[in-house]
Design a protein around this ligand. Structure first.
Ligand code: RAT
Ligand code: ZN
Length: 467
């Protein structure tokens, strides 16, 4: 056994101390440390100091170990809006895209009274100028989305404190996309990225139909919001693409929808199917959304052994003038999800919910249904205060059987800050948990800590998909 203080020499002196309310503590010292500290009387003040010192050192060793494990575990980022570079301009990257992220657009309107129309008429660079001026120059960038830009710029070697956007643009202008992808992935420690792939997107669909050589780091996920949420508009499109659907959900229409899902699942090699849902989502229900889920999507997912991902709680276009930044949120009734999990034990559900108020109930549901895997701190919950609370609650209720975070990155550069910030919180929570475990007499080994970190950052998700 190594000395509790220097952690180098063999410990030969074992000292016991009764700590009020916490029982007997034992610590182990090597001869040189014991001689230097000279504790003989277990009730003396010097012994209490020694105990504190030993505990502090143990804690900082543990923290270093956990941070190393969490920061070096490769991430499978299970939900992003990034694209394989074969999609060209659909993959956003660079400072102007970083600054015009819709999270920042929402924030800039806290400080300007320009009309929405006028803002949307500006070029991307002009919008970025305005956001930079209002959120970074005239105010300190303390919000999470702003801090993310600062973290990212710093890691890319720019000094954001110069407050000179022109200089930042210049210093980043030499990057070539191919190298930049590898750089961002390596800075973020991300090994694989799930895209969000919509056959209903007119820019994206032709690329899939043409075919391209896949970049193995980019994994596809089949996004089907228009199918489930706007069936009346989607049916004519499916007909146009050769699927013989009617507007009612007759058995033939359902078969054709399944043929469509099959074609696209195969074409893109989807890892899962996904939809985002309003707070009013109900299941079972007579409406088209629930009927399509029951009759077409769930049988399809069972046939292919794929999870169905539900992101619940978004109120689209709460303020339409803000465009993409105008979506809001609300609490949902999770009995819809409970019904899905209970009625379809052979389906797998990947779920994240937007309201903080739904998080505890979601964790409890996952304790009841092993076909439910919780993931990510989505969108408005992706702020350190809430991420920390959710991560702690999930681990306390579900152990390591969750995927605590996804990035939802829309701009490649964001991978850097999203993962740096998330890993820091995941590590902090884990340090607290391992320290409490050690208090109870269970010291996790470095190999166990590394295994656990890998599980949280993608291993658990892979296992859930493979079940
Ligand atoms: O977080 C976001 O960027 C949102 O705009 C949404 O994209 C959300 O993540 C979604 O996938 O619906
Ligand atoms: Zn998203």
């Amino acid at each position: 056994m190594l000395c509790d203080l220097c952690h180098r020499n063999e410990a030969r002196r074992h000292i016991y101390l009764f700590e009020h309310g916490r029982g007997r503590k034992t610590f182990h010292l090597c001869d040189p440390c014991a001689d230097a500290k000279g504790p003989e009387d277990s009730r003396s003040d010097s012994n209490l100091d020694l105990l504190r010192e030993v505990q502090e050192r143990r804690h900082s060793r543990l923290a270093a170990r956990v941070n190393r494990a969490v920061f070096s575990a490769p991430v499978f980022d299970i939900h992003t809006h990034l694209y394989d570079p074969a999609f060209g301009e659909l993959l956003l990257w660079g400072i102007d895209d970083l600054l015009t992220y819709h999270y920042l657009v929402a924030e800039v309107f806290r400080y300007v009274d320009m009309s929405y129309e006028k803002f949307w008429q500006l070029t991307k660079a002009q919008q970025a100028d305005l956001i930079w001026k209002k959120l970074f120059v005239e105010h300190s960038p303390v919000s999470e989305a702003c801090r993310g830009v600062v973290t990212t710029l710093q890691s890319l070697g720019c000094d954001p404190k110069q407050k000179n956007l022109a200089a930042i643009r210049k210093s980043l202008s030499n990057w070539k996309l191919k190298n930049f992808i590898s750089h961002c992935l390596s800075e973020a420690g991300v090994a694989k990225i799930c895209m969000t792939n919509s056959p209903f997107d007119d820019l994206e669909r032709p690329v899939w139909l043409r075919g391209f050589k896949r970049d193995a780091r980019f994994v596809a996920a089949l996004r089907i919001d228009p199918l489930l949420l706007a069936w009346n508009d989607t049916a004519p499109r499916l007909r146009e693409w050769g699927y013989e659907v009617g507007s009612d959900l007759s058995p033939k229409t359902i078969r054709e929808i399944q043929r469509f899902l099959r074609d696209w699942t195969r074409r893109i090699q989807a890892k899962y199917l996904m939809v985002s849902l309003t707070p009013q989502f109900a299941f079972p229900d007579a409406g088209a959304c629930a009927q399509l889920i029951e009759k077409a999507v769930l049988p399809h997912c069972r046939e292919f052994g794929l999870p169905f991902a539900l992101m619940i709680g978004v109120r689209r276009a709460q303020n339409p003038g803000l465009q993409m930044a105008g979506d809001g949120m609300g609490r949902c009734d999770l009995s819809a999800l409970a019904n899905l999990c209970a009625q379809y034990p052979d389906n797998k559900f990947l779920v994240t919910v937007l309201a903080r108020e739904n998080q505890h109930e979601l964790c409890v549901l996952a304790r009841k249904f092993r076909n439910l895997h919780i993931f990510g701190c989505w969108w408005f919950t992706n702020v350190p205060y809430v991420v920390e609370e959710m991560t702690r609650m999930r681990i306390e209720l579900l152990g390591l059987s969750v995927t605590p975070q996804h990035s939802d990155a829309r701009i490649l550069d964001q991978l850097i800050y999203k993962w740096q910030h998330s890993r820091r919180i995941i590590a902090e929570v884990l340090v607290e948990k391992y320290a409490a475990l050690a208090e109870s007499g269970w010291e996790a080994t470095p190999a166990e800590i590394e295994r656990d970190a890998r599980e949280l950052l993608g291993g658990g998700f892979e296992r859930f998909c493979a079940q």
